[in-house]
Design a protein around this ligand. Structure first.
Ligand code: TXA
Ligand code: MG
Length: 346
């Protein structure tokens, strides 16, 4: 096969057929294939063999492994360089697929019925005899579950016939990937196959809600707005704030978790000299590198652009990224949560 190199992307050469990362000058090959019947069959059989397959969901790309296979789940942590105390979300295509794993309650059933498939992750008590690897719970007595709303993810889950543990498909602590090229640049040959299903439409990770406690609590604002959850439950739902917790209930809530390589400065009206600017809403023109999350001031459009634009501005030639204020409404809550963590001291 003949590959045409057309773009250099951080440590990877992206070509029209695949992405080849370089490590110390050695060419290694992660397989990046467009989604079709053949790549779906390959992805499902790799997952059943305990291999790692990255795939698109409506939120971000996930780094998938068979959630019942300890070695496969451990290889997720290894590939991401993830602290082993951070638990993983288990994905399936149908609600009943989760029955052997979790203890359902009325609140969880109502949310699942109304909002799945979709960008909401439910944390429930682990059922006795649950066949999932203990590693997915990272020592907790709970499991996080979700049905993603994406045709590639759903086809892969059905074809594999196993629950799939999948964190975002990026090296731990870095930006979540919203394209196959982001995955290749972040994880390179640490993943056995990347299924390319285009850009993720939501662009923000799922909203995580803890339903294993007496009162539901949002642990991570995300792609499903809080208002929609409150509408289903008919009651306000508190949001856990990551700013200064003594012991975060969700280890993924660590303050500095979604960090670009360069500093991030929030609520900036305009960039300082040397800074790139991530704007929001109608802006006065300013010099230097500027991307606008949503010129019309739409938080849904901004959410879809957030990680991709942070990736594009995260360049060593900039001293940092200045970010416009984003309204704290709808998906703006989740955007601001990610931005606060991107800006947190490391
Ligand atoms: O949209 C998403 O949620 C994506 C796609 C691939 O589904 N996945 C994702 O996974 O963002 P990850 O691992 O990057 O984030 C999962 C979050 C973390 O904050 C983790 O700490 C939390 O969910 N979590 C998972 N299991 C948990 C549990 N049992 N208790 C508390 N928090 C949990
Ligand atoms: Mg993540």
């Amino acid at each position: 096969m003949c590959y045409i190199y057309h773009r250099v992307l951080r440590d990877a050469i992206v070509c029209s057929e695949a992405v080849f990362p370089f490590h110390s000058g050695v060419l290694t090959l992660p397989l990046l294939l467009p989604f079709d019947d053949a790549s779906l069959t390959l992805g499902a059989s790799l997952l059943r063999e305990g291999k790692l397959v990255a795939f698109p969901t409506e939120t971000v790309y996930g780094l998938g492994a068979d959630a019942t296979n300890d070695r496969a789940v451990a290889s997720i942590y290894a590939a991401k360089g993830r602290p082993s105390f951070n638990p993983l979300i288990v994905h399936a295509a149908d609600k009943k697929d989760f029955d052997p794993f979790v203890v359902w309650n009325d609140t969880a059933c109502a949310l699942a019925r109304a909002l799945w498939p979709g960008p909401i992750t439910l944390i429930l008590k682990r059922k006795e005899g649950c066949p999932l690897s203990l590693l997915v719970s990272a020592g907790l007595d709970t499991v996080a579950i979700r049905i993603p709303n994406h045709p590639v993810a759903l086809a892969l889950l059905r074809k594999t016939g196993r629950p799939i543990a999948a964190p975002s498909a990026n090296a731990s602590g870095f930006l979540s990937p919203t394209t196959a090229a982001h995955v290749a640049a972040s994880l390179g040959d640490k993943v056995d196959l990347i299924l390319d299903g285009g850009a993720c439409p939501v662009g923000l990770e799922s909203t995580v809600i803890n339903l294993a406690t007496s009162t539901p609590v949002i642990l991570r604002p995300g792609g499903l707005p809080l208002e929609k959850i409150e509408a289903v439950l008919g009651t306000p739902v508190p949001v856990f704030h990551a700013e200064a917790p003594l012991s975060p209930p969700s280890p993924g809530m660590l303050a500095s978790h979604y960090a670009p390589h360069i500093p991030v400065r929030l609520n900036a009206e305009q960039p300082e000299k040397g800074e790139a600017f991530l704007a929001f809403g109608p802006q006065h023109p300013c010099s230097g590198p500027v991307l606008n999350l949503s010129p019309s001031g739409d938080v849904v459009e901004a959410a879809a652009n957030l990680f991709a634009m942070l990736h594009r501005l995260d360049r060593p030639e900039h001293i940092g990224i200045a970010v416009s204020p984003i309204p704290n409404e709808g998906l703006g809550l989740a955007i601001n949560d990610r931005l606060r963590r991107a800006a947190a001291a490391r």
